[in-house]
Structures are given as structure tokens and as C-alpha cells.
Design a protein around this ligand. Sequence first.
Ligand code: FES
Length: 126
Amino acid sequence: MAEQKIRVASSQDVAEGKLFATQANEQKLLLTRIQGQARAVVNRCPHMGMKMSRGELSDGVLKCPWHGSRFDFCTGANLDWVNAFAGVPMPKWTHGMISMGKSPAPLTTVPIEETAGEIFVHLDAQ
Ligand code: FES
């Protein structure tokens, strides 16, 4: 499958530790900068497909604002699966119900490139 290189932001749009939502080819993306390096993921929580734009980002870990799942922004790895409801922490015995039968899954990371003050992602052509 062919790959497309698409400009999604200027370098100054993407600040260390801040989330920047954008899209390319109708794919919603979330960008940030971690230790100086621009990073991108698909802006869709693998639990229920909700947007992660209002999530908390701390030390390179993104926490979903809906049910508290946490992900390594650089690798997409799931670090903690659902443990909250609408952002409110819930007791462990409720976590199975909140997960609604979904097993832990990673965020989808997107290859990113920064050149001469511009940020590009590489997406498979549709
Ligand atoms: S939608 Fe993200 S943890 Fe449920």
C-alpha cells in the first residue's frame, strides 16, 4: 500500500507536553512533543473510540478523559486499562463493567517527521 506524507502542523503549533489536535485525510490525530521530539497518535481511544484531546498528558503518558486508561504516547502501549467513569476514579470491582468486555489495547501511533519548521505524518494512502 502506498504511503502519503501530509503536512499537519508547523513546529510552533506543537509544544512540549501540550496536546495539539488536527487531522489528515479525515484521520483525527493528536500531536505533542516529548523530550523535544514531535509525536503523533490517532485521536481515538482503543476502549470505546472516544477522542483523547481532553486527556491529561504527563511525563509522556496520556490518560483518557473518559475511563482513565493510560498510554505511553511514544509507543502507544497501554499502561493501565479502564478505572474511571467520566474522569472520576472508580473502585476496582467496577472496572470489568466499565471495560464493557473490551480487552486492553494500545493507542495507534503515527510516523511523524519534522523538517524546516513543518511537521508531517506518514499515512497509508486510502
Ligand atoms: S474511552 Fe478511553 S478509556 Fe474508555
